[in-house]
Design a protein around this ligand. Structure first.
Ligand SMILES: [Zn+2]
Length: 282
């Protein structure tokens, strides 16, 4: 006879072990009014790629699961899942970063350096977010992390006639570039931008997500839940962008208030004080 752990219990366990990375597990002593003992009777496992925490106790026979992806927990410091071995980069989630990338800005192409420089992104920020340059195809490599693991990367083309974005991912629902302060659950303001540099720049002040040209799926929208007010601040290119902004605003309005910000320049081309004014002044 097995029975289920209550949602409340699962929530408490998920909260307590929110530091687990996908694929990790931990032993827990299930001490409750109906189950007690001295051994760590419960196995708690965070699924490799499904975003679900499972718990099962051999002492009382109860088990349960909790969907973490709908309520993203604290996102761990990035880089943890990435190791460097000579010029080979590999990770524990199966996504392999292109070989031979360079991190030192002095080795990037002039165009790539201008792209970074115009946005006023510092060397430290590039390093912090793991941006690299691939000299073999002249593209900037922008990794996306979720729960401490690399879930994919985008290659940003900057040369004349180049494809703007090429996406490689093992987890499309989480393939979004997040600023390091995007801790969901009770956040007040979040900003949605198009490109990673804008996310880094605006992310100095507010939790920011960069879409990087991807299709906005329901899974991706779900990953943004938890804020009271969303600011959709895309590059105001053309009619398609306007439709995209409206679509995103509509879908995010299920979670909170939404505002569409229209500016002449890209978010990344605004100064810090302009960004603060833009969001606060709305
Ligand atoms: Zn138990």
């Amino acid at each position: 006879m097995t029975s289920r752990l209550s949602l409340k219990e699962m929530e408490e366990l998920a909260d307590r072990y929110s530091w687990l990375s996908p694929g990790e597990s931990v032993r827990h002593n299930h001490n409750t009014e109906y189950c007690s003992g001295s051994s760590r009777s419960m196995l708690i496992k965070y699924g490799e790629s499904n975003g679900i925490i499972n718990a099962s106790c051999y002492r009382c026979g109860r088990s349960g699961f909790y969907v973490v992806t709908s309520f993203p927990r604290i996102e761990k410091a990035k880089g943890k899942g990435t190791q460097s071995n000579g010029n080979k980069c590999f990770t524990n989630t199966g996504v392999v970063l292109p070989r031979g990338c360079v991190t030192d800005l002095s080795e990037w192409s002039p165009r790539a350096r201008v792209w970074v420089g115009r946005a006023g992104i510092t060397r430290e920020e590039l390093k912090e977010y793991g941006l690299m340059y691939n000299p073999h195809n002249s593209k900037v490599v922008i990794p996306s992390f979720y729960g401490g693991n690399l879930v994919g990367y985008q290659e940003r083309g900057l040369e004349e006639g180049d494809i703007k974005y090429i996406t490689t991912t093992c987890d499309a629902a989480h393939m979004i570039f997040r600023s390091k302060n995007t801790v969901v659950n009770g956040g007040s303001k979040a900003v949605v931008v198009e490109d990673a540099l804008s996310a880094i720049k605006v992310g100095r002040h507010y939790p920011t997500y960069a879409l990087q040209g991807v299709n906005v799926t329901d899974g991706l929208i779900a990953a943004l839940r938890g804020y009271k007010h969303y600011y959709i601040w895309l590059d105001n290119d053309n009619k398609n962008v306007k439709l995209r902004q409206l679509d995103i605003a509509n879908r995010l309005s299920v979670f909170g208030d939404t505002s569409i910000l229209k500016t002449e320049k890209d978010p990344k081309e605004h100064s810090d004080s302009e960004i603060l004014e833009k969001i606060n002044g709305d």
